[in-house]
Design a protein around this ligand. Sequence first.
Ligand SMILES: Cc1ncc(CN)c(N)n1
Length: 305
Amino acid sequence: MQSSCIAWSPRVVISREKVQWAPHSSFLILEPTTQNGQTPLDELSLIQNRTEQNRQSAEEEDYEQKSMEKEEEEKEKEKGKTGVEDEGVIDTWLRKHRLLYVGATRHPFILGISDGTIDIFGFKRWLGQDYIFVRAFVPFVASVILKAWKESDDSSDMEVILGGMAALNDELEWFKKEAFKWGVKLSEIIVPQKQNKDYCRFLESLMNLDVEYTVAITAFWAIEAVYQESFAFCLAAGSRTPPELKDTCQRWGNEEFGKYCSSLKNIADRRLKKASDDERKKAEVTLLSVLEHEVEFWNMSRGGT
Ligand SMILES: Cc1ncc(CN)c(N)n1
């Protein structure tokens, strides 16, 4: 039995997001008052009538207030240095496009694995189609390496991406073994389905030399992150993932893959922080396209058109 069938239509989700309600705050115009509830004029006359002693204690208060403010300022600076308090661009986008992100990472295909109701034919379809996708993903990652080499402001980006590239080699081998285990043929017999072809064509468009590194690395992170979040969910406590599918979930749901995705996210966030508005907009649109393609890929795996 399949898990409850929700029609995941990313286009609908996006249009719903466009209708985001932005409530306008209403302002009450009040006479300006000080913290003590007095008008500035009241306070002025009070200050003028102060005795010398009062003036001194006011100065002390002032001094205390200023040093507290300075301390706060220092703390803020410290937060800025560590980045602990700063929300990155990506987290902002994930909040803004939450529906679509959840649609891609908690798709009925994934829910079916985690509650044990997955249709095994769908799983096999996914396996064969994803092998084709990963083969197309390799040149895309190579193009990101090239962009990093040309455009990156941090030489360590290259190592992170290269690590991902090396893992793809293992991944292709894993697909071959897994396909053998499930009796799925990975040769030319498998015809890429429309959704897969569309996604691969999209990857190809991102390989263009005029696509900025910031845009490409954002897409790269998103593609990996969807699998990481989805399959990690299938391994979470309480899930009823069938034992024979655990290996697949481990492949992308493991902690190390999670750390690798965090590194990609940090690179993308660093670049997005420095990017022009135009570049940032392109990256956001690209992220939405990735999420749409991921949803379509899961739909296709479940046998949807
Ligand atoms: C469709 C898809 N998206 C992402 C991944 C993770 N590399 C994948 N293998 N396939």
